[in-house]
Ligand binder design. Structure first.
Ligand SMILES: Cc1ncc(COP(=O)(O)O)c(C=O)c1O
Length: 381
């Protein structure tokens, strides 16, 4: 049994070129310099976006993107199946949010869940001005129809692409191309599809948003003259990425083809081995080969769903880490308290059945055989 299964996700930096890493530290400047620019150029190429801005993590990317839109009083629509970052940020900037339900099969917002919120807002005369959908597990949300509704209601869209760097939609548009949004945010945390250790990026096609992001990344300070060196445009923070992180990112980008193929092979093998358990759980819809799969998700049924905790403990005892992505935002008291309204019917269904099994590029087929054997034993079949 491999040690690899102790984490549901894991970085793969074993082939780092230390010569290049050390040369990144021998430059004149070691933060936000040439490697960062190069990394940004490559990200723009991969995502087919005009501009790309590197930053220190995905959470910063979210905050920066909100600040870049110059929205006075943020009233955001955010999905219930979600990492806590977006909701926490909106709380911190004293904005408001409506927690939107998701599709019970994909875990992502769809046209119907979005319309449910829009109808509610019209009834209550609330004017949302920001929509922050998530591309979940590597998958790609279809924003075409939602965008039309959002445009009519003057709602800006920012995509959270933290799970889905390198994924393409059915028309081969990469996540981050921003065809339907003002900008897209990415995280390069170690469990993500590629890593910079810690790091993030934002892509956009809008020159003004780009200029604003560049300024926000560096405290929104502008150099004026030698005797009065700083003009503060607006309160901001330091969101810069280090050169060594960008160098790691550049090396990781060279491997995305290899990583994507490996993840796809593991997903295909999982499906092959696990389809016999379809009475107990179904596997997430992994049909698209254009997706760079980030999480291996299964949806538990009936008894197994009821015994989820027991099943997770059993797998953990056998050194297989499982995870839940995610506990709905509306289930966090502190977040629910500050929400204008929460919609949670399908999110609850998804949450109760959802389970993430290990998926990362250090795994092999034998690891999946091992997981299969343990599941078989547990189900006693
Ligand atoms: C969907 C989503 N958004 C945002 C983030 C935040 O990214 P980071 O951990 O790089 O700050 C994460 C990280 O796990 C995430 O999964």
């Amino acid at each position: 049994m491999s040690k690899n299964l102790k984490s549901y996700g894991l970085h793969n930096i074993q082939d780092l070129n230390f010569k290049f890493l050390s040369s990144s530290l021998k430059q004149k400047f070691i933060t936000n310099y040439k490697r960062c620019s190069l990394f940004e150029n490559r990200i723009s190429k991969i995502t087919n976006s005009k501009y790309s801005i590197s930053c220190n993590n995905g959470t910063s990317a979210i905050l920066m993107s909100i600040l870049s839109l110059n929205i006075r009083n943020v009233v955001a629509i955010i999905p219930n199946i979600n990492f806590v970052a977006i909701a926490s940020i909106i709380n911190l900037i004293k904005g408001k949010y409506i927690i939107c339900d998701v599709n019970k099969n994909t875990g992502m917002i769809d046209k119907y869940s979005f319309l449910e919120v829009i109808d509610f807002c019209k009834l209550k005369k609330i004017k949302p001005n920001l929509f922050f959908p998530i591309h979940y597990a590597g998958n790609v949300i279809n924003l075409k129809e939602i965008k039309e509704i959002a445009n009519k209601e003057k709602i800006s869209i920012v995509e959270d692409g933290c799970h889905s760097f390198g994924s393409l939609d059915t028309k081969n548009n990469p996540v981050g191309s921003c065809n339907d949004s003002r900008c897209t945010t990415f995280s390069f945390h170690p469990v993500k599809n590629i890593t910079t250790v810690e790091g993030g990026a934002i892509t956009t096609n809008n020159h003004n948003v780009y200029k604003k992001l560049i300024s926000i990344r560096n405290h929104s300070l502008i150099r004026t003259s030698i005797e009065d060196p700083y003009y503060l445009q607006s309160p901001s923070l330091n969101f810069r990425m280090g050169e060594i992180n960008a160098e790691i990112g550049l090396q990781q980008l060279k491997k995305i083809g290899q990583f994507k193929t490996k993840r796809q092979k593991l997903v295909d093998y999982y499906i092959l081995r696990l389809k016999k358990y379809d009475k107990f759980f179904s596997v997430y819809n992994f049909k698209s080969k254009k997706v760079f799969w980030h999480l291996f998700v299964i949806l538990l049924k009936s008894n197994l769903k009821k015994n989820k905790k027991n099943f997770m403990n059993y797998l953990s005892k056998h050194k297989i880490q499982t995870q839940i992505h995610y506990k709905p935002l509306s289930f966090h008291k502190v977040l629910k308290k500050n929400a204008i309204k929460t919609f949670s019917k399908n999110s609850k269904i998804f949450y109760e059945s959802q389970l993430t099994l290990p998926l990362h590029t250090k795994m092999n087929f034998k690891d999946i055989d091992y997981i299969d054997s343990k599941i078989k034993k547990y189900l006693n079949i």
